[in-house]
Design a protein around this ligand. Structure first.
Ligand code: ZN
Length: 194
C-alpha cells in the first residue's frame, strides 16, 4: 500500500497583504482515529514559521485560539488511502483563507521498527507543503521542492528520508526548513506581487 497522491490541492492565494498579520489556528490533537499526537501542533506551527522566516518578514502568522477568525486552519484528518493532505479554500469575513487537512501516515524505518523522527518528518513536511498551497504556491515537478507533487512519480521514501537524515533530535526540525532554493524564490515572487 503505497501512497501515490500527495494532495489534491490547487493554488489558493491567501488574502494576506504584505506585512499584514494572518491569524492561524491549529486543531488540538483529540481524536485518536487520526493518529495525531499532542506534539503535532508544534510541528504545524514550525511549518508556518518556516514560511514566515523565508518571506523575510513579509508574512506574519499569528496563532489564535479562535478558529472562526483564523485564515489558516490546520485540521488533523482521518486516514484516506494514498493522500497526505489537502488544502481547501475557505472564506473568513470575506477574505480568502484555507483549511489544511493533514493526514498522519506514520513511517517505519528500514528495519521496520518505529522511527518517531521519520513520522515527525512526514507530518512536518506535509504541513509545510499544504501551507505552501495556502500561500498560493502550485505544485512543481522538481524533486527538491517542498511543493513537488508525488504525481510526478518520484521516490517517496527518499523524499522523506533525505530530510529525516538531517535530524538527530526533534528540535533539529526547526533548524531545517525543508524549503528548496526554488521554493524560496517562488515565495519571494509571490509576496513581491502583493
Ligand atoms: Zn499539494
Amino acid at each position: 500500500m503505497k501512497p501515490v497522491l500527495r494532495s489534491v490541492s490547487v493554488a489558493l492565494l491567501l488574502s494576506v497583504p504584505c506585512a499584514a498579520e494572518a491569524l492561524y489556528w491549529i486543531e488540538p490533537c483529540t481524536d485518536p482515529a487520526t493518529s495525531c499526537v499532542a506534539g503535532d501542533v508544534e510541528l504545524a506551527r514550525w511549518a508556518l514559521e518556516a514560511w514566515q522566516s523565508a518571506s523575510g518578514g513579509k508574512l506574519q502568522f499569528v496563532e489564535t485560539k479562535d478558529k472562526a477568525r483564523a485564515l489558516i486552519r490546520v485540521v488533523w484528518a482521518g486516514p484516506t488511502d494514498g493522500l497526505y493532505g489537502e488544502a481547501v479554500p475557505i472564506l473568513v469575513d470575506g477574505r480568502r483563507g484555507a483549511q489544511l487537512n493533514v493526514r498522519i501516515i506514520s513511517g517505519t524505518g528500514d528495519s521496520g521498527t518505529k522511527d518517531t523522527l521519520l513520522r515527525d518528518t512526514i507530518v512536518y513536511l506535509t504541513c509545510l507543503h499544504e501551507s505552501g498551497h495556502a500561500l498560493g504556491l502550485p505544485h512543481t515537478a522538481q524533486f527538491a521542492d517542498i511543493m513537488y507533487s508525488f504525481q510526478f512519480g518520484g521516490d517517496i521514501p527518499e523524499y522523506f528520508g533525505r530530510y529525516r537524515r538531517k535530524l538527530a533530535t526533534r528540535e533539529d526540525i526547526r533548524k531545517n526548513s525543508g524549503l528548496s532554493e526554488a521554493d524560496r524564490t517562488k515565495l519571494a515572487e509571490l509576496v513581491k506581487s502583493r
